[in-house]
Design a protein around this ligand. Structure first.
Ligand SMILES: NC(=O)c1ccc[n+]([C@@H]2O[C@H](COP(=O)([O-])OP(=O)(O)OC[C@H]3O[C@@H](n4cnc5c(N)ncnc54)[C@H](O)[C@@H]3O)[C@@H](O)[C@H]2O)c1
Length: 388
């Protein structure tokens, strides 16, 4: 069998993920990279062994007939344009989350995949996090009864470094960080709860990073992490334009009656996604979200803090808690063997929709928002494994 031949659009930064698919002679290999930054293209070229086609124009990469699939790992605001172009060029597409920064953008991507028949796959790697998979298994086993409520508290210690120094800090490029980061968690909540949000209300505010020292317009943003950037108000070189919130809160009601909340803070000293799911017969909660971490389960009544059961999770090799190698392998298997992945384009669209509507709510005096529904024909197509 020939290797699946892959091009990477946005070859550095998150684009390094695609290198997990570089296995010449073993099913898949990288053959091309597109990036507007020549230094990043050079780093990509040095990191990947082989005869690569480099270009600063992603359209030239898409014109090549010797490329079967592409990873799109460029910034969020490019996903819609580059994703549709790649689908129209007949490539199978690995599209990083968030799918797009508008609901219309997501729907155009779904429609393009439906119309053309090219395969679309979304990079929601949290669906391959061991701790998430274990919580899903516990919930699905019925141990905590029928789910009624889900909460997620998301602490982001690297918020000031990663999201307030470059394109992420502007609504025109990310829409907002509830959508940018929260797309992961909203997707996890939907997946584990087995439903989609139909109504959302939100509150959010920019109250810390607006007070920090800014870089000038002509200075490039440096989003690299440094532990010395603490406390948050000591941050310097932040984006000249910051119009996204650094604290986001939403409440969701789902189509299956489950209620959920998600809160996200970009100036906390620690990092963790802490989920709890409460059913009619118990509650689970994760302590730590990757590496050596625990899932606590309460199934008996009492006024105690000790859980009845503790699941000890072991560290797994690979970036993002071991999820990255698995999500890349699942993409190659999806394209070459038609195996069903954990991720879903419809779910990815719905997580963006909640992010968009949650931001709309918090920017309009907490007005409740109803989530626009998708064309049932599109839902049917994607639920049927992208077959008509
Ligand atoms: N799933 C995850 O765990 C995860 C983690 C990090 C980032 N991401 C996602 O990955 C994407 C990229 O994030 P990032 O932080 O690496 O961004 P980034 O700003 O570092 O950009 C990534 C790469 O895209 C290149 N690029 C920019 N404009 C381009 C263009 N017009 N054409 C081609 N290449 C272009 C950049 O030069 C860079 O090499 C985002 O959508 C982000 O949400 C996902």
């Amino acid at each position: 069998m020939q290797d699946l031949r892959i091009g990477v659009i946005g070859a550095w930064g998150r684009g390094k993920l695609a290198q997990q698919a570089h296995k010449p002679g073993k099913g898949s290999r990288l053959v091309a990279g597109a990036d507007i930054n020549p230094e990043n293209l050079k780093l990509f070229d040095e990191a990947v062994e082989g005869d690569l086609f480099p270009t600063d124009d992603y359209r030239k990469l898409l014109e090549r007939n010797d490329i079967d699939a592409v990873f799109i790992t460029s910034p969020d605001f490019l996903h819609e344009e580059q994703g549709i172009a790649a689908l129209e060029a007949g490539k199978a597409v690995y599209l990083e989350k968030p799918m797009a920064i508008t609901i219309e953008g997501c729907d155009s991507l779904l429609e393009a995949a439906y119309r053309i028949g090219s395969k679309l796959y979304l990079g929601h790697n949290m669906r391959y996090f061991p701790v998430i998979l274990k919580m899903k298994e516990i919930i699905d086993s019925g141990l905590i009864g029928d789910l009624q409520a889900a909460w997620c508290r998301h602490f982001i210690s690297y918020g000031g470094d990663a999201y307030f120094k470059d394109w992420h800090s502007e609504q025109q490029y990310s829409n907002g960080l509830l959508l940018q980061k929260g797309a992961h968690d909203i997707d996890v909540i939907h997946w584990l709860c087995g439903g989609y949000t139909k109504n959302v209300v939100g509150m959010g505010m920019l109250s810390v990073y607006d007070k920090c020292e800014r870089r000038s317009e002509d200075q490039a943003g440096d989003a690299s992490w440094s532990e010395s950037n603490w406390p948050p108000l000591s941050q310097t070189d932040l984006s000249p334009i910051i119009n996204v919130e650094d604290h986001n809160m939403i409440m969701m009601q789902m189509d299956n009656g489950i209620q959920a909340s998600y809160t996200q803070c970009h100036y906390s000293p620690d990092s963790e996604r802490n989920y709890t799911f409460i059913g009619t017969a118990g509650r689970i909660e994760n302590h730590g979200d990757h590496g050596k971490c625990e899932i606590h389960v309460w199934t008996k009544r009492g006024r105690r803090q000790e859980p009845d059961i503790v699941f000890n999770m072991k560290p797994v090799e690979g970036s993002h808690g071991g999820s990255d190698p698995n999500i890349v392998n699942a993409f190659v298997d999806f394209v070459t063997k038609d195996l069903t992945p954990n991720t879903s384009p419809i779910a990815a669209r719905n997580s963006v929709a909640i992010g968009v509507c949650g931001h709309a709510s918090m920017r309009s005096g907490c007005a409740p928002q109803e989530i626009p529904q998708l064309d049932p024909e599109l839902i049917k197509y994607f639920e049927n494994g992208q077959k008509k």
